[in-house]
Ligand binder design. Structure first.
Ligand code: CP
Ligand code: NVA
Length: 312
């Protein structure tokens, strides 16, 4: 298994299923009050160059519940790539800690950290990918559609991503390639997902679909997924994007065109009244808080597998 989690595409279907199985086991242990201190004494450094609620809190709680500890480093603490090189930061950190989680802008920084140290580096979001989010989302799909976490078969579960072809969408395309997820994206022209990731998925035999019309895209959807129209770092484009993306709002009218049992997902934070209405976000189809909760459980499995004993 790869030492780092930079992309879902770096893992086999079996390895990914291993994360889901262990996450389900650790979730059930937590709910039953059974200790699962698989990382006793281990320390994870958390490098953040962008804001966070879910990622920071879940990784910190993960390390506490696994018997280890974490150290939060804010953008002003280390100035990744500015105060010293990314490689030098990695070479120093590996002398003190057992793993690094990084949230940054350029995907290259996450890769450079990973290449320059022997400890695991976990991608907590880059401009290109958000693998921990989509793995937690997949665990949520597994639970809601009653799939076997150890051998999930996503056949027949049509996932439709409506909105910006961003980091979360790109990680969904990786999942489509590795796990055979039936994935459609509906986005305005000029806001497509990364072409390299799209082509790599197709070369691997996956068949992601792109449809401009959101109403046509959600036909038969079992999952509708959305995310903010202006990701972190693109705030200056927010006003212009509101106009471009207006037809892509996930509202009750759009949800009504999907399968009657459709689940609505959003990685959060949500911009209510923009990419999703409050009626849908707080409505009966929404499973967004289950996704948020599953960040905790899924990441625990990733941390235990990458930082812990090989047989965790
Ligand atoms: N979904 C997610 O990654 O949330 P944060 O930006 O709050 O970490
Ligand atoms: N696409 C969003 C995800 C936030 C968790 C962003 O990058 O801001």
């Amino acid at each position: 298994m790869k030492k780092d989690l930079i992309s879902i595409a770096d893992f086999t279907a079996e390895e990914l299923a291993g994360f889901f199985r262990l996450a389900a086991e650790l979730k059930s242990k937590l709910k039953s009050g059974i200790p699962h201190r698989l990382l006793e004494g281990k320390v994870l450094a958390l490098l953040f160059e962008k804001p966070s609620l879910r990622t920071r809190v879940t990784f910190e709680v993960d390390m506490i519940q696994l018997g280890g500890a974490s150290i939060y480093l804010s953008p002003s603490d280390i100035g990744l790539g500015k105060r010293e090189t990314v490689a030098d930061t990695a070479r120093n950190l590996e002398r003190w800690v057992d793993g690094i989680m990084v949230r940054t802008f350029s995907h290259k920084i996450a890769l450079e950290l990973a290449e320059n140290c022997s400890i695991p580096v976990i991608n907590g979001l880059t401009d290109l990918l958000h693998p921990c989010q989509v793995l937690a989302d997949l665990l949520t799909v597994i639970e809601h559609f009653d799939l076997d976490p150890a051998r999930p078969d996503f056949t027949g579960i049509k996932v439709v991503f409506v909105g910006d072809g961003n980091n979360v969408a790109n990680s969904w395309i990786n999942a489509c390639a590795r796990l055979g997820v039936d994935f459609t994206i509906s986005c305005p022209e000029g806001h497509d997902p990364d072409s390299g990731i799209w082509e790599a998925a197709r070369a691997d035999g996956a068949k992601p679909v792109l449809l401009r019309d959101p109403a046509a895209a959600v036909e038969g959807a079992k999952v509708i997924y959305t995310d903010v129209w202006a990701s972190m770092g693109r705030e200056a484009e927010a006003a212009e994007r509101k106009k471009i993306f207006a037809p892509y709002q996930v509202n009750s009218a759009l949800v009504a065109k999907a399968d009657p049992g459709v689940k609505v997902m959003h990685c959060l934070p949500a911009h209510r009244g923009e990419e999703i209405t409050s009626e849908v976000l707080d409505g009966p189809h929404s499973i967004v808080l289950d996704e948020a909760e599953n960040r905790l459980h899924l990441q625990k499995a990733v941390l235990a597998r990458l930082m812990g004993r090989k047989n965790a």
